[in-house]
Design a protein around this ligand. Structure first.
Ligand code: MG
Length: 163
């Protein structure tokens, strides 16, 4: 029996290097660091993409956008999220809601929360009220605590599309 509702979880992390801002959910947050990665290294988009693909039972971001692919080098992660949502919709599922936690000592997420919520919501096709983004430090413990990078956890709900 299928419930008509699915929940997916996603996780992503990226290493910090010296730079001028951290891209999260398509919003560039001013900082003395940036994230490195094969694509544009937007950990918020990557975690949310994985949560949505997982909930739909459609694998993961690494399968859909291999980091060995030249076409994915420096790729816009909002575009990858948009393409993942198109695939999810084609499989009969619609994103309903998402909740994310960003774990990093810096930068602070709070001031940028409305912009990130709006950008993500627009990309996955829900109202901004249906996307939440929360910032946490790691209390200076471990690699996150030493400021070596950023981690993001995302949960997303999908509902079966009608017809
Ligand atoms: Mg990533």
């Amino acid at each position: 029996m299928s419930l008509g509702v699915r929940v997916g979880i996603g996780y992503d992390s990226h290493r910090f290097v010296e730079g001028h801002g951290v891209l999260l959910g398509g919003v560039l947050i001013p900082a003395a660091v940036r994230c490195t990665g094969h694509s544009d290294a937007d950990a918020v988009c990557h975690a949310l993409t994985d949560a949505l693909l997982g909930g739909a039972g459609l694998g993961d971001i690494g399968e859909m956008f291999p980091d060995t692919g030249a076409e994915n080098k420096d790729r816009d992660s909002l575009e990858m999220l948009r393409l993942a949502v198109a695939r999810i919709r084609a499989a009969g599922w619609v994103p309903a809601q998402a909740d994310l936690t960003v774990i990093a000592e810096t930068p602070k997420i709070g001031p940028h929360r409305p912009a990130i919520r709006e950008r993500l919501a627009e990309t996955i096709g829900v109202a901004p009220s249906e996307v939440m983004v929360k910032g946490k430090t790691n209390e200076r413990m471990g690699w996150v605590g030493r400021g070596e990078g950023i981690a993001v956890i995302a949960v997303a709900t999908l509902v079966r599309s009608e017809g």
